[in-house]
Design a protein around this ligand. Structure first.
Ligand code: ADP
Length: 269
């Protein structure tokens, strides 16, 4: 529990720091990218004719490319920082969130990764911010894609889950009650123990410089926790990773005896 508390403290202070810096930084980046882009465009005709200008044009193009990467990183930082203020909570069907993103997710995954979805026929409504849930899915899918450079299978499942005393005892911090579970599994590289332990930490990344912010999973953790839910990682090095998110079902649920009794599967990790 103490580790969990420390984690949420860290999330909060880093979130505030990120919010303060990212906004101003993004504006300055916009100016740098804008001028570098204009200069590159202005040089285009002379660069085509003269090798001396061509080098300068190539340098400016590099600046623009790095600027674009920096913009993408700050955008992620801002999204992370924004996970703090009040979410726009609505009553939602988790299945709809998944199906609405289907085309986008398939495009993000490319041709070498097969996407399979198993959506429960009897979803319980949940209360959450739809935009943030989309962000959770996109972040999970992008991570899974990065973990399967040689292709593989990504599976997205939804299931109604009742957390009973037994399950709660095995998963410290998870309260009893009814939830919708989102489960995203990949057949990728998996995580070693050190990565698994720190994966939810903001700014923790194993990706090469300029490719990862280490904010993807921290953002997911923040969004799910803020929605009153629980996020968990199961990973086996060389085999793949499963990330589950439990989102509390709303009070206006189906009668317990008509609801499907499905048990959450647990895994190593
Ligand atoms: P980033 O993707 O920017 O590195 P994240 O917070 O999303 O930041 O992930 C942190 C680290 O967790 C990644 O650098 C990677 O080592 C590991 N990771 C996340 N998702 C997966 C996955 N599906 N499979 C294997 N490793 C993963």
């Amino acid at each position: 529990l103490q580790r969990r508390l420390r984690q949420s403290d860290r999330l909060e202070s880093l979130g505030q720091l990120a919010a303060g810096v990212a906004h101003d930084f993004n504006n300055l980046l916009g100016i740098i990218n804008g001028y570098a882009g204009m200069a590159a465009a202005d040089l285009e005709p002379v660069a085509a004719a003269d090798p001396a200008w061509r080098t300068l044009h190539a340098d400016l193009t590099e600046i623009v490319a790095a600027g674009d990467r920096a913009t993408a990183l700050t955008r992620q930082l801002l999204a992370f920082a924004r996970a703090d203020p009040a979410p726009e909570t609505r009553t939602l069907d988790l299945n709809t969130v998944v199906t609405d993103l289907d085309t986008l997710l398939r495009r993000a995954l490319g041709e070498d990764i097969t996407l399979t979805t198993h959506l429960t026929a009897q979803p319980w409504p949940i209360r959450a911010d739809p935009g943030r849930l989309e962000q959770v899915l996109v972040n999970l899918v992008v991570n899974a894609r990065d973990a399967m450079p040689g292709g593989g299978t990504l599976s997205i499942e939804t299931a109604p889950v009742t957390v009973d005393e037994h399950y709660a005892a095995q998963h410290p911090g998870v309260r009893t009650g009814r939830y919708m579970q989102l489960r995203v599994s990949d057949t990728g590289t998996g995580m070693n123990k050190a990565t698994l332990e720190r994966a939810f930490e903001p700014f923790f990344t194993t990706k090469p410089k300029g490719h990862g912010t280490g904010l993807g999973l921290a953002t997911i953790y923040g969004i799910i926790t803020q929605a009153g839910g629980h996020a968990q990682i199961y990973s086996e090095l060389g085999h793949g990773t499963t990330i589950t998110a439990l989102l509390p079902a709303t009070d206006d649920l189906a009668e317990p005896d008509t609801a499907p009794a499905e048990h959450p599967r647990s895994g190593a990790g």
